[in-house]
Design a protein around this ligand. Structure first.
Ligand code: PLP
Length: 430
């Protein structure tokens, strides 16, 4: 693109691709190839030495993935991005890129269950300690920090509570200490731009709103390019000391000619090279299609979810509605500050009839799909007490914000009257 557009509606349609160089194709081609022909021995050597950037092998980079990466980086106002096989891979890489055995990170307790498992069990097995703190108190991050703390981690709009994370408050604690704030922005894609509030890295499960149609599993890391890794050599040793896995490269130095992209290049050229959790070009194509309408869809998701929350709040079978539009005080102020007046597509409710009512409600739905997913264009529902959280004790369920009658709704972009009609008929049987 020649003139950088300012608005995300334009960026998601144009960034990173202006007609295919060889065919003129306006749609981004799917480069379904494993490898790329080098122009010469010298060209190959330069690519491997990072003296020149270019395609080598699709485990590490691919031109279709590259367009998605450039587009999402532009949407977020970041420097570069890295496509990965899933959101889980993105969360894992986000941490592993800067923390090793003996190090720790401080994370919000309000996390997607898969991330919780990754942090509490798999990271622990790797020797990386994750210190969980209550996100309602930003200072809790500072209190949990020590010399071995390499990152802070949180979700912008975590379910089930849907309490928006204090991004600027926690970034302001970590940044002077050399600690980057990593934000999982999956549920707020297109409505919150965490870099504007001081986050250093963004994690996405593109499986959700970016894909938008429930077709493909994928993830992304986005590097703001604004975090000064070099200023904190002791806090961030793996970007500032010779890396034995890449012939002694010091990442902050090695990429100087390319841009402020040490974090993302290291993730690509070491973790992705070694662990291989690559996004397929076909999935990247699907995510590009989704991304092109993300702002439009999010507008409708948010509009519909707010209308559903307002309607549910008056329903006699509903004890509580969980949605930012129904919040008050500091929690609501954060939602207003960070989500810019849109409140996301997720909505929870607690049914007065408890667990049995939750199960019965789900079985009565006709339009909503009963699935363990969010962010589809279609409306989705799940009853965590009998599914995703059924292995947890009632006490642990309560600690994660899941009560027996809690139902999670991911509101789609269907006509609002049809969505409410389905909820109405399912609730009327309780
Ligand atoms: N982060 C959030 C907020 C999620 O909701 C999910 C999946 O539900 C993930 C990460 C993991 O993403 P994936 O399923 O693409 O691995």
């Amino acid at each position: 693109m020649t003139d950088a557009p300012k608005h995300i509606e334009t960026i998601v349609l144009h960034a990173g691709h202006r007609g295919d160089a060889s065919t003129g194709s306006v749609a981004v081609p799917i480069h379904q190839t494993t490898s790329f022909q080098f122009k010469s021995a010298e060209h190959a050597a330069n690519l491997f030495a990072l003296a020149e950037l270019g395609n080598i092998y699709s485990r590490i980079m691919n031109p279709t993935c590259d367009v998605l990466e450039q587009r999402v980086a532009a949407m977020e106002g970041g420097a570069a991005a890295l496509g990965l096989a899933s959101g889980q891979a993105a969360s894992a890489f986000a941490i592993q890129n800067i923390a090793k055995a003996g190090d720790n990170i401080v994370s919000s307790t309000d996390l997607y269950g898969g991330t919780w498992n990754l942090f509490a069990n798999t990271m622990k097995d790797m020797g990386i300690e994750v210190r969980f703190v209550d996100p309602t108190d930003p200072e809790a991050f500072r209190r949990a920090t020590d010399d071995k703390t390499r990152a802070y981690y949180a979700e912008t709009l975590p379910n089930p509570k849907l309490h928006v994370f204090p991004i600027a408050e926690v970034a302001a604690i970590g940044t002077p200490l050399g600690i980057p704030l990593i934000m999982d922005n999956t549920a707020a894609a297109g409505i919150c731009r965490p870099f504007e509030h001081g986050a250093a890295i963004i994690v996405y499960s593109t499986t959700k709103y970016i894909g938008g149609h429930g077709t493909s599993i994928g993830g992304l890391l986005v590097d703001s390019g604004a975090f000064d890794w070099e200023a904190h050599p002791e806090r961030q040793p793996y970007l500032n000391q010779p890396d034995p896995s890449y012939h002694g490269a010091i990442w902050t130095q090695a990429v100087k000619g390319i841009g402020p992209v040490a974090y993302i290049i290291k993730a690509r050229t070491t973790l992705l090279r070694d662990l291989g959790a690559a996004m397929s070009p076909f999935n990247a194509f699907m995510f590009i299609q989704g991304l092109e309408t993300l702002p439009l869809r999010m507008e409708r998701h948010c509009q519909n979810a707010t209308a559903v929350a307002t309607w549910l709040a008056k329903h006699p079978a509903v004890e509580q509605v969980i949605h930012p539009s129904q919040q008050s005080g500091e929690v609501r102020a954060r939602a207003d500050r960070y989500l810019g007046g849109q409140y996301g597509g997720l909505c929870g409710m607690v049914l007065k009839g408890g667990k049995d009512a939750g199960a019965k409600f789900i079985d009565s739905l006709k339009l909503f799909f009963h699935v363990a997913n969010i962010g589809d264009a279609r409306s989705l529902a799940i009853h965590p007490a009998t599914t995703t959280h059924s292995q947890l004790s009632p006490e642990d369920q309560a600690a994660t914000g899941v009560s027996p009658g809690y139902v999670r709704l991911s509101i789609g972009i269907e006509h609002i009257d049809d969505i409410i009609a389905d909820l109405d008929q399912a609730l009327s049987g309780l």
